[in-house]
Design a protein around this ligand. Structure first.
Ligand code: ZN
Length: 316
């Protein structure tokens, strides 16, 4: 018999949760609940300069409003620095990371290869010859820790996308696992949290596909079993770009104030995933038996004002 999965919802309080986040959270929650598994909630608040006050509480209220629940007290990343430091120490001892004193403009100047607009240039390995003990002899310079990429980057079998490869040597190169003195990078914190939480199933937006091979390298380096990954399409505006302010206010808190009922939004989302044939109000728990991976379209959901309006008009 299969062991029930453990999944997680991981809102980032760097901004308000919007319709796109809601769709991904719904898919993540249903996948685990249908299989009789546990759901964890984690507040990803280590990106401190961008974290907005009250956004964590707001995210929790948004999830509750949607009818999504979780089984343990929320994990808050800023309370877990010691765990991340411990993982970094293990990577240092194994000489899998090295201290890098390059600034962003150093990297841009030194990188000659053309690079994807979103990713920035691949790190040119200026500091790769350093040993981890060299961190003590950097004359007080600010430094980050970078993970030394192996020649072969792991391929992974995405539950939604199938076999997936990312050329990390072109896309960032040796990646940052620790940003500065007390600032773990997202990649390391997420791996520590998921591994220690016993997470077996990660469902998230497909903008995070390039993170997955990095995280798989960290799982391997730290001797942990990785979860299964599923990356689902994002919600975009009519211009095909990722949902943002320019597409109007699609924040859940705002829509709620405008009178949108959670069941109406869930109706729109469930219809967009092919779980119900026509848009109608539906509760999150009613969707548990209806959830299917196979019916979720492989293209982004285009959220037009008309579509949002039709949800607003649904009678609950
Ligand atoms: Zn460097």
């Amino acid at each position: 018999m299969d062991i029930p999965p453990t999944g997680r919802l991981a809102p980032s309080p760097t901004g308000a949760q919007h319709v796109g986040n809601a769709r991904t959270f719904l898919i993540a929650w249903l996948a685990v609940r249908q299989a009789g598994g546990q759901v964890l909630l984690r507040i990803e608040d280590i990106d401190s300069p961008r974290v907005k006050p009250d956004a964590a509480q707001q995210a929790i209220e948004d999830l509750r409003w949607l009818g999504l629940d979780w089984d343990e007290a929320p994990v808050v990343q800023t309370n877990r620095l010691a765990l991340y430091e411990n993982a970094l120490a293990r990577l240092r001892e194994a000489e899998l990371v090295y201290p890098c004193t390059c600034t962003r403009s150093d990297v841009e100047r030194a990188a000659s290869a053309p690079h994807a607009e979103h990713a920035g240039p691949a790190y040119p390995r200026t500091c790769v010859a350093r040993r981890s003990a060299d961190a003590a002899n950097l004359d007080g310079k600010v430094f980050s820790w970078r993970f030394r990429l192996p020649v072969t980057i792991p391929e992974f079998d995405d539950r939604f996308l199938g076999k997936t490869t990312v050329d990390l040597h072109r896309d960032e190169g040796d990646f940052v696992v620790w940003k500065s003195a007390h600032a773990p990078a997202y990649q390391l914190a997420v791996v520590v949290d998921d591994a220690l939480g016993g997470v077996t199933e990660v469902v998230r937006g497909d903008d995070l596909v390039p993170s997955t091979p990095r995280q798989l390298l960290l799982y391997d380096a730290l001797g942990w079993t990785p979860p299964r990954f599923a990356h689902v399409p994002l919600v975009v505006g009519p211009d095909g770009r990722r949902l943002a302010k320019r597409h109007g206010d699609t924040r859940l808190a705002t829509l709620r104030r405008q009178g949108l009922k959670a069941e109406s939004l869930l109706g729109l989302l469930a219809w967009s995933c092919g779980w119900i044939a026509r848009m109608r109000p539906v509760a999150a728990c009613e969707l548990i038996p209806l959830f299917r991976w196979e019916t979720i379209p492989h293209h982004p959901l285009v959220l037009t004002p008309e579509l949002l309006d039709s949800a607003l008009r649904l009678q609950v």
